[in-house]
Design a protein around this ligand. Structure first.
Ligand code: F0G
Length: 466
């Protein structure tokens, strides 16, 4: 139910359904048709800055916790909550940085490739942008327990917010053995009840939907529309980092497809509000071992189609995956997902941003990751899919070397060093057995260690070429 004075509400993403609900309702799917829902605003009743550059004053006011947060300093563009309900732990203070080494790797002109480094967030990934918004809504509705299914970053973020805010208990469902050590460790350290389900992410996702509905637990996966409101701000910060100039391309990895969906929503809204003159193009990059969006978009040609996506086409592909026992498998475990829950919103984003979808191999991902690292920016494998995808797009002539491109680096290097460290340690002979499982046989950007006797001459020799 809508309360007097509230200018935000919820609505079904399918225009022909037309369901709307109050901002304090907890719905993870449309109560009328079962599709995803959006947070929407009566913009004309809301005080908005005249230009995006007017947000600069808020960035300078960092002693105010709402403006310290890289999410809430854009509050006028996601104003669904009273200030007093905002739950923030200093998320979104992230940077846009040019990277010469990644530009060279991708075939871009140096200075034209920027990396939006979301690994700088409190729990080490972009998820904190969304979690602060979900927790804010959870506070508005008085929730006591929050849960998610996760490949590890959503769960780390949930666990951190639950513990830091002291507001809620956290339960996380993960695929047993399918989560990087650093991420599992975060959830344990922050005190979340961690349920390892014998299965993969998609199993955990199905179960968490079932369990949260059964027990009335607050679900913070990205089917929760408030998550995506927070993640929109990544795009605002990209624009801020470019002095409010719109880039030509945004490139991001695709897993459960919440992030790319939120980018599409950010730009649809900015365009409708007349705050940007044009919208960048979007490239969503899957790992080859988890390429559902790539197949649905490029092979099955499913499109948003102005709000009438081919739901049967998608369902038919999911059925085929089940029938053939296709299981996602990639070193980028963060995006090892078969059934992305935000698929339809992602299709909408691709339409709004004249997007493209592609897949890259695990070999390309680790090579790209090492190239990014040479700029002093450490990201996890899933993040590097963006730069690996960009290289392919440049090779194909879809992106020109002189375009201005922003790749979103979603998570920190230290989240999942196991395995990846072998890329370097394997030495000249290749990365070794552990990575062979993922088809990674080469390590052209390896930086192996040098082991020497405890002898001054030997030590100096090992440093000869530095
Ligand atoms: N990069 C990283 C580091 C991620 O953790 C994820 C998703 C993605 C990219 C993909 O983003 O799902 O919005 O398309 N991780 C989720 C999790 C699934 O459970 O942490 P998406």
């Amino acid at each position: 139910m809508k309360r007097n004075g509230e200018t935000a509400f919820q609505r079904c993403i399918i225009p022909s359904c037309g369901w709307t609900g109050g901002i304090r309702e907890v719905v993870n799917k449309c109560p009328r048709c079962g599709e995803l829902v959006d947070v929407a605003y009566e913009w004309e009743k809301m005080p908005l800055p005249a230009r995006l550059a007017d947000f600069d004053a808020r960035a300078a006011d960092f002693r105010n916790p709402l403006n310290f947060s890289g999410v809430w300093r854009f509050k006028p563009l996601l104003d669904f909550a009273p200030d007093a309900d905002v739950v923030t732990i200093g998320e979104g203070r992230t940077l846009l940085r040019p990277s010469v080494s990644a530009a060279e790797f991708a075939g871009m002109r140096p200075g034209n490739l920027f990396l939006q480094y979301e690994g700088l967030n409190p729990s080490g990934s972009f998820k904190d942008n969304g979690m602060t918004a979900a927790f804010t809504h959870a506070r508005m509705v008085g929730a006591r327990i929050a849960a998610c299914a996760s490949t590890g970053n959503t769960s780390s973020s949930l666990a951190a917010y639950a513990a830091a805010s002291g507001m809620m208990k956290a339960v996380v469902f993960v695929g047993a053995g399918r989560i990087a050590g650093g991420k599992l460790y975060q959830g344990l350290e922050y005190g979340a009840r961690t349920v390892q389900i014998r299965g993969r992410f998609d199993t955990a996702m199905r179960r968490v939907m079932e369990v949260t509905a059964l027990k009335g637990i607050y679900l913070v996966n990205s089917v929760n529309p408030f998550r995506l409101e927070g993640q929109k701000t990544i795009m605002y910060r990209v624009l801020e980092g470019l002095n409010w100039d719109v880039p030509d391309w945004i490139v991001c990895p695709g897993g459960n497809l919440g992030n790319c969906s939120s980018f599409g929503k950010a730009f649809m809204e900015l365009r409708d509000l007349g705050m940007v003159g044009r919208v960048p193009r979007l490239a969503v990059v899957n790992a080859e071992g988890a390429r559902t969006l790539d197949i649905v978009y490029n092979e099955r040609k499913v499109r948003w189609n102005g709000g009438r996506p081919d739901a049967e086409g998608i369902a038919a592909y999911f059925k085929k995956m089940d029938a053939e026992g296709i299981e996602a498998h990639t070193i980028a475990s963060a995006i090892e997902i078969n059934r992305p829950v935000n698929l339809k919103k992602a299709l909408r984003a691709l339409e709004a941003m004249n997007g493209t979808v592609l897949s890259v191999s695990d070999q390309e991902i680790l090579d790209a990751k090492a190239a990014i690292g040479r700029s002093g920016i450490g990201c996890e494998p899933a993040s590097a899919a963006s730069v690996a995808g960009l290289r392919r797009l440049v090779e194909r002539g879809v992106v020109s070397g002189s375009d201005r491109v922003v790749c979103i680096l979603t998570g920190h290097l230290l989240k999942s060093p196991a395995g990846c460290i072998q890329y370097h340690l394997g030495g000249k002979g290749g990365p070794g057995k552990e990575l062979a499982e993922y088809g990674i046989a080469r390590n052209p950007l390896a930086n192996p260690t040098v082991e020497v006797d405890d002898d001054l001459d030997a030590i100096l020799k090992a440093m000869d070429d530095v």
